[in-house]
Design a protein around this ligand. Structure first.
Ligand SMILES: Cc1ncc(COP(=O)(O)O)c(C=O)c1O
Length: 393
C-alpha cells in the first residue's frame, strides 16, 4: 500500500465543520453566523498598544513561555478576581491562542490509553485534541433544555484510567454556565480519582443575567490539579491575534512549556505586549462587553424565535443552540447547507458538537458576536423560512 497517505491519527477526524461553514458562507455571499468571531472593531487602546510594540521593535521571539508583562498581568488579574495566588514565573505559559493552550496541555499531560472525560455537546476542537494526544475520550451528556449533567452518569465515566476532564464554562455551544455546585461535583471526582481538570474559560467575561463565573481552580483542593485556559480572542475581539495562555500548577508547568516550545516556540511578541495592556483595562470594560453581548443575545433569540427556531437561551458565551425539527429536513447538515445556499445565512450543524451518532441532528448553532446591522440582515433573509407543511402566500 502506498505510503503517500495521511497518518492514522489524521484520518480519525474530519476538517472543522465550523470553519467549513465560513468558507461556504463566502462562496454563497451569506451572513456568517457560524464561526465565532466578531465583525466589529477591537478596543482602540489595545490596537494602539500593538502598533506601538511593533514600532518599538518588539519584533523578535518573546521568551518561549510568554513575555513577562503579559504573564504578570494574567497572574495579577486571576488573583485579583478570584483571590487565588498565581505566580507568573511558575504557573503561566503564553500560547498561540487557547487552541494551542489546549493542545499543549493535552499533549503534556496525557499518555496514549489515558481516558479523558468530555461533556457532550462539546467545542469541536476537543475531539481532535483527544485523538492527537492519544487520549480515549469518555463522553458525558449535558441534557437539554438546561444542559445539566447527571452526577451518576458523570461518576460512572471516571475510573483509575481517567487522567483528566475537560470543562468549558461559560460553554460553547450551549451557553451553559456551570454552577459552583456542579463544579464541586466534578472536583470531588477529580480528587477521588486523582484526575486533572482542564478548564477552558475563554468566555469568562461574556456572561449574562447576573450569572457568576466560577473557575474550578478556586474550588477546594483543585488549585493543584487544574489547568485553566484563557486568551485574548473573545474578551478583546481579536480572534486573529492568536494569543492565549495556561495557568497550571507548578508541577505541570514544565511539561506544558516544553510541548508548547516545540510546537510553536512562542506567541506573537508584539501582540503579547498589547495583551498586557488589554488586561489592564478597567472593570467597566468587562461590564460593557457583557451588557452589549446580552443585548445581542436578546436580539438574536427574538429573530430566531420569529423565524420558527426553538432557542435554548444561553447564559454565557456568544452562541445560541436551536432546534430545527419544525423545518422537516433530513438532518442538520442538509438544513445548514440549505440555509447558507438558499436563504443566505450560515450557522453550524449541531452534530459537529457531538460524537454520539445521531445526536445533534435536529440542532443548529448560531453566533451573535455581530453588529446590529448584521443580525438585522440575517433577520431579513430568514423571512424566507417556513416550517414544514406551511406554504407562503
Ligand atoms: C470554547 C472555545 N475554546 C477555544 C476557542 C479558540 O480560542 P483561541 O482563539 O484563543 O484559540 C474557542 C473559539 O471559538 C472556543 O469557543
Amino acid at each position: 500500500m502506498s505510503k503517500l497517505t495521511g497518518s492514522k491519527k489524521a484520518t480519525q477526524f474530519t476538517e472543522s465543520v465550523i470553519r467549513e461553514m465560513t468558507r461556504l458562507n463566502e462562496k454563497y455571499g451569506g451572513v456568517n453566523l457560524s464561526q465565532g468571531f466578531p465583525d466589529f472593531p477591537a478596543p482602540a487602546a489595545i490596537k494602539t498598544a500593538a502598533c506601538a510594540a511593533i514600532t518599538d521593535d518588539v519584533n523578535q521571539y518573546a521568551v518561549t513561555w510568554g513575555a513577562r508583562p503579559l504573564r504578570e498581568a494574567v497572574a495579577r488579574e486571576f488573583t485579583r478576581r478570584y483571590g487565588l495566588r498565581v505566580v507568573a514565573d511558575e504557573q503561566v505559559t503564553v500560547c498561540c491562542g487557547t487552541t494551542e493552550a489546549m493542545m499543549s496541555t493535552m499533549m503534556a499531560v496525557v499518555d496514549p490509553g489515558d481516558e479523558v472525560v468530555v461533556f457532550e455537546p462539546f467545542y469541536e476542537n476537543y475531539g481532535p485534541d483527544a485523538i492527537l494526544s492519544g487520549a480515549t475520550p469518555r463522553y458525558v451528556t449535558l441534557h437539554e433544555p438546561d444542559w445539566t449533567f447527571d452526577p451518576d452518569e458523570l461518576a460512572a465515566a471516571f475510573n483509575d484510567r481517567t487522567k483528566a476532564i475537560i470543562i468549558n464554562t461559560p460553554n460553547n455551544p450551549t451557553g451553559k454556565v456551570f454552577t459552583r455546585e456542579e463544579l464541586e461535583t466534578i472536583a470531588a471526582l477529580c480528587r477521588k480519582w486523582d484526575a486533572i481538570a482542564i478548564s477552558d474559560e475563554i468566555y469568562e467575561h461574556i456572561i449574562y443575567d447576573g450569572r457568576q463565573h466560577v473557575p474550578i481552580a478556586t474550588i477546594d483542593g483543585m488549585a493543584d490539579r487544574t489547568v485553566t485556559l484563557n486568551g485574548l480572542s473573545k474578551t478583546f475581539s481579536v480572534t486573529g491575534w492568536r494569543v492565549g495562555w495556561t495557568i497550571s500548577p507548578p508541577s505541570l508547568t514544565g511539561a506544558i512549556r516544553k510541548v508548547h516550545d516545540f510546537l510553536t516556540v512562542g506567541a506573537p511578541a508584539p501582540l503579547q505586549e498589547a495583551g498586557a495592556v488589554a488586561l489592564g483595562l478597567p472593570d467597566d470594560y468587562y461590564r460593557t462587553l457583557a451588557a452589549n453581548y446580552q443585548q445581542r443575545r436578546d436580539a438574536l433569540v427574538d429573530i430566531l424565535e420569529r423565524h420558527h427556531f426553538t432557542c435554548y437561551k444561553p447564559y454565557g458565551a456568544y452562541y445560541i443552540m436551536t432546534d430545527i425539527g419544525v423545518f422537516g429536513f433530513a438532518d442538520d447538515v442538509e438544513f445548514a447547507r440549505y440555509l447558507v445556499k438558499d436563504v443566505g445565512v450560515a450557522a453550524v450543524p449541531g452534530s459537529s458538537f457531538y460524537k454520539t451518532p445521531g445526536a445533534g441532528k435536529t440542532k443548529l448553532r448560531f453566533c451573535f458576536c455581530k453588529k446590529d446591522e448584521t443580525l438585522a440582515e440575517a433577520d431579513r433573509r430568514m423571512q424566507k423560512l417556513v416550517p414544514a407543511g406551511v406554504t407562503l402566500h
